[in-house]
Write a protein that binds this ligand. Sequence first.
Ligand SMILES: C[S@@+](CC[C@H](N)C(=O)[O-])C[C@H]1O[C@@H](n2cnc3c(N)ncnc32)[C@H](O)[C@@H]1O
Length: 199
Amino acid sequence: MKNLVREGYNKAAESYSSSRDQFSNTKYLEKLANLLQPGATVLDLGCGSGVPIDKFLIDKGFEVIGIDISEIQIELAKQNIPNTEFFVKDMSELKNGEFSVDAAVSFYAIFHTPREEHQELFKKINSFLPEGGLILVTMGSGEWEGEEDDFHGAKMWWSHYGAEKNKEIIEKAGFEIILNEIDTSGGERHLFILARKTS
Ligand SMILES: C[S@@+](CC[C@H](N)C(=O)[O-])C[C@H]1O[C@@H](n2cnc3c(N)ncnc32)[C@H](O)[C@@H]1O
């Protein structure tokens, strides 16, 4: 499934970028930005082309490290936002303590990894952060796992639990929820969670 997702985004990257909404995430990003110290470093998991999420953070004066499984998405990100660290990396293969950052974000990406791995993934993200470190993530609003044949012209696969279980996963990984909201912009339903690492 990971090959399907990587190949899918390699094929869909340009189309996805050109139709990506530039504004609907701004209110969540503003909330995160208001809680971060100036110059904080943010890891973006599944950063895509870097626009609009990483561009927003960099324009606010934060440092960004972006990782994505798709080589083409990372090429686009490097073109869109020069002088920023972008790496081809599968978030499922991250190791405890591999990064040391002040916050982590992930928009519309974690649900492309097997849902059985989500608990472990959030524990690893926790290991990258200091006490009080922040996460801002989107997750599925309802439970679903499956494939579609035409996602921007490519096959694509998703795997996620519903909102309640997703919230539990994040709390169990050692975070306290600050904001927990189903966003309906763009005619879709996504769970947005902003949370802080507890002691
Ligand atoms: C819907 S796009 C969102 C991109 C970007 N976060 C945004 O908001 O525009 C999902 C991204 O997640 C990436 N992705 C999917 N599975 C991944 C994995 N296992 N590790 C890292 N990135 C992954 C895809 O390649 C794709 O760029």
